[in-house]
Write a protein that binds this ligand. Structure first.
Ligand code: DHB
Ligand code: FE
Length: 280
C-alpha cells in the first residue's frame, strides 16, 4: 500500500510567481518568506515523495462562477497552467497520477462525498506556486500529481468540519491505494487575508498562530467555527485555511512538526508554511 510521508501547507500569493521570475528570493522583502522553504525542501529530499496530492482552491481559471463544484478531483494525464490574469509566467505542465486519481474518486464517492471528476483541468497559482516553492528549478517536476479543489470562492462554502472529513477520507484513500508510492499531501491558501471590501488588508496574527499550533496538537480545533466565524477571524480570502485543515486531516494519527514559518505580509496576505511528518 502507498505511504503518506506528511503534509506541507502554505500560502499561495500570485506575487510569489513574479518574485521567482525576477529572482528576488534574496531581496529584503522576500527573503524571510523564501528562507522558510529551505528546511522543508531538505525534508522533501529526505522523504522522497513520488506523488503530491494537492488540496487547493481554483480562483476562476478552471471553474468560474457559472459552474462551481464544492469538491473536485483531477483525473487527467496532465495538468497545464495558464495565465489567469496576474501576469505571472506560466510554468511547465504537471504529470497526473491517474491511478491514484481514480482510486481517490472511487473511495470518496463510496464514502458519500459528491465530487466533480475532472478529466481535463487547468491549474492556477494556488497549485503552481507551492509546487514551484517546494521544487524550484523550473525543469520537469519530480512528483506526479493529483489536484483536489475545494470551493472557497463562491458561497455557500463547505464547512470546516466537512473539509476536515474530506481530508480524512483522502488520507484513507491514499493509505488503501495499492502502490509502493510515497505520497505527500499539500494544502494551499490562507492564512489571514482579505483582498476586498471595508476590511481589505485585514490580517489576524494571533488567530493564524493559534491555528498553526492547533494543527499539531489539536487538529480539529478550527472545526468548532462556522464559515462566517472563520471569515470574521481570518478574512474573506483567509477562509482558504480550510485547505490546511483538510491536508492535516489526511495524515493518519499523530504528527511531528518538521518546520514552520510565518511572515507578515506578503502582498496582502499573512504568509504561513507548515510541514508535518506522519509518525507511523
Ligand atoms: C493574494 C492572495 C491570494 O490567496 C490570492 O489568491 C490572490 C492574491 C494577495 O495577497 O495578493
Ligand atoms: Fe488565494
Amino acid at each position: 500500500m502507498a505511504t503518506i510521508v506528511g503534509s506541507v501547507t502554505t500560502s499561495h500569493v500570485p506575487a510569489i510567481g513574479g518574485a521567482i521570475a525576477r529572482r528576488l528570493q534574496g531581496d529584503p522583502y522576500w527573503k524571510p518568506f523564501f528562507d522558510g522553504f529551505v528546511p522543508v525542501r531538505d525534508w522533501l529530499a529526505r522523504v522522497k515523495p513520488d506523488v503530491a496530492v494537492v488540496l487547493y482552491n481554483d480562483h476562476g481559471l478552471n471553474f468560474f462562477l457559472d459552474k462551481m463544484p464544492t469538491f473536485a478531483v483531477g483525473a487527467a494525464p496532465q495538468y497545464r497552467n495558464a495565465d489567469e490574469g496576474w501576469g505571472i509566467p506560466v510554468v511547465p505542465p504537471f504529470t497526473g497520477e491517474q491511478d491514484l486519481s481514480w482510486h481517490l474518486i472511487e473511495s470518496l464517492v463510496e464514502e458519500e462525498f459528491d465530487i466533480t471528476t475532472c478529466q481535463e483541468m487547468l491549474v492556477d497559482h494556488a497549485f503552481t506556486l507551492p509546487m514551484a516553492l517546494l521544487w524550484p528549478g523550473g525543469g520537469a517536476w519530480p512528483v506526479r500529481t493529483v489536484p483536489v479543489a475545494i470551493n472557497t470562492v463562491q458561497f455557500p462554502l463547505p464547512s470546516a468540519g466537512r473539509c476536515y472529513k474530506l481530508g480524512e477520507a483522502v488520507g484513507r484513500a491514499i493509505a488503501s491505494w495499492e502502490s509502493d508510492a510515497r505520497v505527500v499531501v499539500l494544502g494551499t491558501g490562507g492564512l489571514s487575508h482579505q483582498l476586498d471590501g471595508e476590511r481589505a488588508g485585514f490580517i489576524n496574527r494571533d488567530f493564524d498562530l493559534a491555528f498553526m499550533e492547533s494543527l499539531v496538537s489539536d487538529p480539529k480545533w478550527a472545526t468548532r467555527y462556522s464559515i462566517a466565524e472563520l471569515v470574521e477571524k481570518s478574512g474573506t480570502q483567509g477562509i482558504e485555511l480550510v485547505m490546511w485543515l483538510a491536508a492535516r486531516a489526511a495524515l493518519p494519527g499523530p504528527v511531528r512538526r518538521v518546520h514552520g514559518n510565518y511572515h507578515v505580509p506578503i502582498s496582502n496576505t499573512a504568509a504561513g508554511l507548515l510541514a508535518l511528518e506522519a509518525v507511523h
